[in-house]
Design a protein around this ligand. Structure first.
Ligand code: ADP
Length: 375
């Protein structure tokens, strides 16, 4: 059995893989962008993940290489695979999480439901798309966006003049119809290199200013058709793109009750943090199991409802940890997770999970506990 797992990227997702990996008897090492990052709890090398020789040296001493983010360049990933490194998810799958235009084209080939879209390289083409979609749309930079950066609602092509002007030769922007959605959902699937896959229950996600603020698992009023269709979409994408490890499919539920794919993440995801405490197998343990091609764990919920509330920003004056005694005393049922990050306005610095039988009580408790960390 492989025993050494290497994680590229030192953020909170890598950090939260460490404890379950240790419990599975594995050795974990991290290639972090900088000193003192969230995942510096494990053996940590510091270096640039865009530099092949740096990643190659890091990969030399691991059995499996996986990721905290999707930004390792294709050239680096492909060179590692050619070296014989077990890279999960691999470059063939990751390209679709790295480039939203490629993702749209491939999902279309797979027949997945998604918003109308087009690749546009100039203002005329963008305006033609908007004219065909009630004069509005959502323009996205295909690469490098996160937490709503690189996403802009436009009502005229002129609203995207700066992005069009910044395109490199041969480059294009993604434009999508502005979807009339009632809510956002997320479907997670774990898939092993040998092909086995398990689906988590679909969850409801609430975004504020482009950032995930809250998650309710399972999605309220989602039992039956919504849950079945979401799981089917998740499994079909995991299989169709050859994803290994955790896949998150962000979905829109439309006013006319369709599910449309918004975007993909091939790693543990904010929408799955609830599962650390609310599912038989949390997403971080599951990701590690999947990339090592170990048997997958049961993704079933352990309670009727779970809520996850992100701690955004955090206290300006004192440390997050200094507030622990008060919150733990007031909310003994809350599970608080912090990321070892310095608080900054809008920054995700931790989250709270609460599970139980009554949805309102669970959400209330998670919000109340998270509020202890805000000034
Ligand atoms: P990011 O990569 O930054 O997470 P997303 O593509 O997920 O960007 O978009 C961020 C948010 O913008 C979504 O969660 C959703 O609220 C909104 N959004 C994105 N695409 C559309 C769309 N086609 N129609 C309506 N809203 C959208």
């Amino acid at each position: 059995m492989p025993v050494k797992v290497g994680i590229v990227g030192g953020g909170q997702l890598a950090r939260m893989m460490i404890a379950p990996a240790v419990e599975l008897g594995l050795q974990v090492s991290v290639l972090a962008e900088d000193v003192g990052m969230s995942a510096a709890l494990a053996a940590t090398a510091v270096g640039d993940y865009r530099d092949l020789e740096t990643v190659r040296a890091f990969a030399r001493d691991v059995d499996v290489l996986t990721f905290d983010h999707e930004h390792v360049p294709q050239e680096v990933l492909r060179a590692l695979v050619a070296d014989g490194v077990a890279v999960h998810p691999g470059p063939d799958a990751l390209q679709y999480a790295q480039d939203k235009l490629r993702m749209r084209a491939r999902l279309e080939e797979l027949g997945m439901p998604q918003p109308d879209w087009a690749a546009v390289a100039d203002l005329d083409a963008l305006q033609r798309f908007l004219d065909a979609h009630e004069g509005r749309g959502v323009v996205k930079t295909p690469r490098g966006g996160y937490d709503g950066k690189g996403v802009r609602v436009v009502r005229s092509a002129a609203d995207a003049t700066d992005w069009i002007a910044a395109l490199e030769p041969g480059g294009a922007l993604l434009v999508e119809e502005l979807v009339d959605f009632t809510r956002e959902l997320a479907q997670q699937v774990a898939r092993r290199p040998s092909g086995d896959a398990v689906a988590y229950p679909v969850v409801e996600t609430v975004q504020r200013d482009g950032v995930c603020a809250e998650v309710i698992a399972p999605a309220p009023h989602g039992a039956g058709r919504v849950a079945d269709v979401a799981a089917e979409i998740g499994r079909a994408i995991a299989e169709g793109l050859g994803v290994t490890g955790m896949l998150a499919v962000e979905l829109f539920e439309t006013t006319d009750e369709r599910l449309l794919v918004n975007e993909l993440a091939m790693r543990p995801h904010n929408s799955g943090h609830w599962s650390q405490d609310g599912a038989v197998t949390g997403q971080f343990e599951q990701h590690v199991r999947a990339v090592l091609d170990l048997p997958l764990g049961d993704p079933s919920p352990r309670a009727r409802w779970s809520a996850m509330v992100n701690i955004l920003g955090g206290p300006a004056a004192d440390s997050l940890e200094s507030r622990f005694p008060a919150v733990l005393a007031a909310h003994p049922a809350a599970k608080v997770h912090t990321y070892g990050k310095a608080p900054r306005p809008g920054r995700k610095v931790g989250h709270v999970n609460v599970s139980g039988d009554e949805l309102d009580a669970v959400v209330y408790e998670a919000r109340a506990a998270a509020a202890f960390f805000e000034d």
